[in-house]
Design a protein around this ligand. Sequence first.
Ligand code: TTP
Length: 187
Amino acid sequence: MSHQLILASSSPRRQALLRQVNMNFTVRKQDTDESIVKASDPREKVEQLALLKARNTEIMDKGEVIVTADTVVSYQNQIFGKPEDDKDAYTMLSTLSGQVHEVYTGVAIRANAEEIFFTEKTSVEFWTLSDEDIMSYISTRDPFDKAGGYGIQSEGAVLVRSIHGDYYNVVGLPISRVVRELRGVIG
Ligand SMILES: Cc1cn([C@H]2C[C@H](O)[C@@H](COP(=O)(O)OP(=O)(O)OP(=O)(O)O)O2)c(=O)[nH]c1=O
């Protein structure tokens, strides 16, 4: 059967990462109400959300393979998604200042009769940030479409002291693992 890869994501970063490794794919929008997933464990949360996004994506042809993902930041018992406003971004960034947090990205792959999912975790250490560091970063508006309120690939790079694990997982898609898992589905 010939396969057609569909990335069901409006994240420009996820699209760019699949393009970077020369995958042939098309983008399909899905609109998922993320508030219905109540899991408090970050791994469970991103897996459930990625699966929900995959199940909410219409399959239009038998050969289609749907890929979806969800990213959260986890610190102690808190899970941070995208900040709602400046105050929310400030709370997230001041909590993460000087600490190590985890970024979880759950990925779901849905083909005709199968559904697989997995999660990657990357640890990220932030420098200790002054109020001025945080306020000037928020004023760039970079935090607002990103889990945890920062983008490691953009202005947020200056907040990060070290990482352990897959960099691309932090950006929103653990691309090398995704490609390997896809080989098992589309050959
Ligand atoms: C931590 C971090 C997150 N992010 C982004 C990746 C995700 O796009 C976003 C988390 O939001 P998600 O809800 O995972 O994804 P999304 O709404 O952007 O896209 P879609 O559901 O359509 O696939 O945060 C970065 O770009 N850089 C970072 O350093």
